[in-house]
Design a protein around this ligand. Structure first.
Ligand code: FAD
Length: 376
């Protein structure tokens, strides 16, 4: 019998694998992280870095809020290049119907101790004067933040590394299970716990898990310091995130510390190539200009795409993989993996070490998919 070289092997050094490494090491477990690319080079490099509390479901709220609080607690330790800014989100309402959604959201958050402010039309125009005149108002969520995801992943991995974690970059894992991770060079790493944090590639290592790639486009502009003060998102964003078939775009613009504006976002299933799709890009930019006409003459310096790892019920898979006692999943975070990475790591390591998680874990257990099939 081979001797286990580590307590844990983590496949994937995106933000989720990085957060898991940070957490396993914090609990005193020997850990190796393996990635075929660089740290934070996958979806993590493509993401917007909006640390946002969301209320699509109770489970989504619990995970996003818990994780947001973990980011707040880590904030003092984050290096400057992580660019953590508590800029807050404003959910922008264009008409009275959307203002009723603002009030519903405000009540929901208030009942769960998340501070928010309902903004009337005049207040919104005063604090974000570049929005089109005549907006109905909005909801300010001041504890939402933004950060620069690749540097956040790097910080978490470096922290784990400084505490003894090992790192194997440029190493592709071809198979996991039965306490082993096989690498493409023919070598093996043994450990009683193997975490599949391979993002949208997780099904290649754990066949049968229901994760689909959901392509997104982003554009970053030249520097326009002071143009916006908050991350601005349209209230219709959820409708776009919900659409399970059609391509969709939504107004979502983020001010970066550099003065640049990060403009999103689009969602597409069945588009597996990395190429920029000009048709959807134009739709996305026109949508942004409907809200902020002054974006039109601005210079864009870069456009890119990335793939979210989407599950059918829009919740991540966090916990034991049905079928192999050594494999644990930490994937399927769709458009919220930067936000929820820290909470994912906490509740995963809680499950493994027998600690009591701060939030109920059942909604995220991979076994739920099997149960849903059994009840269907
Ligand atoms: C356009 C866009 C905007 C987004 N905006 C936000 C946002 O504002 N806020 C938010 O919270 N989230 C956002 N997201 C979502 C977020 O980026 C992802 O949920 C998150 O980055 C997922 O992290 P991950 O570590 O699971 O995956 P990844 O970052 O993709 O990491 C997986 C890693 O696994 C490695 N890997 C895969 N297979 C293997 C293998 N066989 N062997 C070795 N290594 C392997 C890859 O190289 C990669 O580094 C956005 C995503 C997109 C696409």
């Amino acid at each position: 019998m081979s001797q286990a070289a580590y307590d844990v092997v983590i496949v994937g050094a995106g933000i989720v694998g990085a957060a898991c490494a940070h957490e396993f090491v914090r609990r005193g477990m020997s850990t190796v992280i393996v990635d075929r690319d660089v740290i934070g080079g996958g979806a993590t490099a493509a993401g917007m870095g909006h640390i946002v509390v969301m209320d699509d479901s109770e489970a989504q709220f619990a995970l996003t809020r818990y994780s947001q609080q973990l980011w707040q607690a880590l904030r003092a330790k984050l290096p400057d290049d992580v660019e953590y800014e508590s800029c807050g989100t404003i959910w922008v309402a264009t008409d009275n119907e959307e203002m009723s959604e603002v009030r519903r959201k405000h009540d929901y958050y208030a009942q769960r101790q998340v501070p928010t402010d309902v903004l009337d039309s005049e207040t919104l125009a005063r604090i974000e004067p570049n929005l089109r005149p005549g907006m109905a108002g909005g909801l300010l969520v001041p504890e939402d933040a933004v950060l620069y995801p690749p540097c956040a992943a790097l910080f978490l991995v470096e922290h784990a590394w400084a505490q003894g974690a090992k790192l194997r970059l440029g190493a592709s894992v071809t198979q996991i299970g039965h306490g082993r991770a096989k690498l493409s060079d023919g070598s093996e790493i043994t450990a009683p716990i193997i975490v599949n944090a391979a993002g949208c590639f997780a099904p290649e290592l754990t066949p049968g898990i229901d994760i689909k790639k959901r392509k997104g486009h982003l554009v970053i502009t030249d520097r326009y310091p002071g143009f916006l003060r908050h991350q601005l998102v349209e209230l219709g964003y959820l409708k776009s995130a919900h659409s399970v078939s059609a391509d969709s775009v939504a107004f979502n613009v983020q001010p970066r510390r550099t003065g640049q504006l990060l403009i999103g976002s689009s969602r597409q299933y069945g588009a597996d190539d990395k190429e920029v799709d000009h048709e959807i890009l134009v739709r996305m930019l026109l949508r942004a200009q409907e809200y902020i006409p002054a974006l039109a003459p601005m210079s864009a310096v870069r456009t890119w795409t990335g793939f979210r790892a989407a599950t059918p019920d829009k919740l991540p898979l966090i916990g034991p993989s049905p079928g192999d006692a050594s494999v644990f999943l930490a994937t399927g975070h769709e458009g919220l993996g930067i936000t929820t990475s820290l909470a994912t790591a906490r509740i995963l390591v809680d499950q493994i070490t027998g600690a009591k998680p701060a939030i109920p874990i059942e909604p995220y257990l991979p076994s739920r998919a099997a149960k849903e099939c059994a009840h269907a």
